[in-house]
Design a protein. Structure first.
Length: 452
């Protein structure tokens, strides 16, 4: 093999390659990863032909994003090759390899620390930035997401995707004006910036700008081409949320059938997007027919995954809603795994995921008291399992449904407080109007129900 040569990626980062002909596929990964495009996986064609540390570490990265129990084992051969070539790697490359190794080993705190160091030392290593944000997101560290983006921004303000990443960090920190400004700047620089579209959809949903959000997302949907399955299905998931809130039930179901479920059915993110939409449909009083049966056939393979508590909870609820016997297996496995989860994540598994899991299964089976108990324990700490505000709202909706359906004075009183606060922030929501109206009627406040 000829000696490795130093090149540069699309953002000017020095890059060790065995063959200059590898560079286009490396840039497919770097640019595809940042733009959420499916071309990122083209890099896997180099797995056997270029043993340079960064190529192998990038291949490992792609395998880890499968978010399955096999992902770390599948990534390990690539990390071994990357480690074997470390003597010829640059400091940036060595740090990136170490961060991916930490991820594969479940040491997410170490991975985040390495990505943060990379952001300071090499602020145009934007793959590292996005991965650092991904880990912060999954651990509920919203300030960490924003801090990473702002560390990088001065050196990469020419890159629209950095403004999109900053926008989502701002939004998750409830800094809505900053989030909208950053998202619009990204879109102004590149109309096809799906992550910025996604961040702006979050802003509009949070602020109750439902009709505006729907028009915006539909207006940019023509650019959602060539994307990876997560990004395209997740942006259409946001479209469906707006439709549900606006009472456009049939259109929401059509979006689910055509755009959300069925792109890559065996992928984790496609599965949880489908589960959370079906659950929201039912909670809004929309009949989903036999759709649970289809998705549950793919969820049965997830009973031993335990990659992220946020994922396990949605796999579990999907199995429970479909009435699958594997529900009990997954619940037992979650309870057994939680005390031996990696130390940095153990509290989230034990004190958030386990009670939430019990509550979700109880809700699916009609045990409303146990649903209230389990979810009530988990909700105050729900941020610790990751996910966005909009995604975690599913668990709050399930809890609210249990309060309403229990129908006692105490639970309806609790439901009224939650619903009215939500109505104050979402005056356009027909779903919340219907739910609040029913609760006021049950509480003997018909005059308030008639005003909604």
């Amino acid at each position: 093999m000829p000696p490795a040569m130093l090149h540069a990626d699309s953002f000017g980062n020095p890059l060790t390659l065995d063959d200059a002909a590898s560079l286009p596929l490396v840039d497919d990964f770097v640019l595809g990863f940042l733009s959420s495009e499916a071309r990122a996986v083209n890099l896997l064609a180099l797995a056997d032909s270029d043993a340079s540390p960064m190529v192998q570490a990038y291949c490992a990265t792609l395998h880890l994003f499968a978010e399955s129990r096999e992902a770390a084992a599948n990534a390990r051969p690539f990390l071994d090759k990357a480690r074997a070539g470390m003597a010829r790697a640059t400091p940036r490359e060595r740090r990136y390899v170490a961060a991916i190794e930490a991820w594969a080993e479940g040491d997410i705190a170490k991975a985040i620390a390495l990505h943060a160091e990379q952001a300071r030392e090499h602020p145009r290593d934007l793959v590292s930035l996005k991965l650092g944000q991904y880990h912060c997101f999954n651990t509920g560290d919203c300030p960490g997401m924003l801090r990473l983006a702002l560390t990088t921004l001065p050196a990469a303000s020419d890159v629209p995707y950095v403004h999109g990443m900053a926008a989502f960090g701002y939004e998750q920190c409830h800094l809505m004006r900053d989030a909208e400004a950053s998202a619009r700047r990204a879109i102004g620089m590149c109309r096809k910036e799906p992550w910025a579209h996604h961040a702006l959809a979050h802003v509009m949903l949070t602020e109750g700008r439902l009709s505006e959000g729907l028009v915006f997302m539909q207006g940019v949907s023509d650019t959602w081409t060539g994307l990876n399955s997560f990004m395209v299905t997740h942006n259409w998931w946001h479209v469906a949320l707006f439709l549900i809130e606006l009472g456009r039930d049939a259109e929401a179901l059509t979006v689910y059938d055509r755009e959300v479920w069925g792109v890559v059915k065996d992928y984790s993110q496609d599965q949880i997007g489908a589960v959370s939409l079906l659950a929201r449909f039912e909670l809004a009083g929309i009949d989903v027919g036999a759709r649970w049966d289809d998705i549950s056939g793919y969820l049965v393979q997830r009973t031993s995954d335990h990659v992220l508590p946020f994922l396990d909870l949605q796999y579990l609820y999907g199995l429970a809603r479909a009435g699958r016997p594997e529900t009990d297996e997954l619940l037992r496995n979650i309870e057994a795994y939680a005390p031996r989860a990696p130390l940095s994540a153990r509290a989230a598994w034990e004190h958030v995921c386990v009670p939430a899991a019990r509550g979700l299964v109880a809700h699916a089976r009609g045990d409303l008291a146990s649903a209230i108990e389990g979810l009530g324990m988990a909700l105050p700490r729900l941020l610790e399992i990751g996910g966005s505000h909009a995604q975690r709202d599913l668990f709050e909706q399930v809890y609210l449904d249990a309060l309403v359906r229990t129908g006692s004075q105490a639970t309806l009183t609790g439901a009224q407080g939650i619903l009215q606060q939500q109505r104050n922030g979402q005056p356009e929501s027909l779903r919340l109007r219907r739910q609040a109206s029913a609760v006021y009627a049950w509480l003997g406040l018909e005059q308030l129900a008639s005003r909604l």
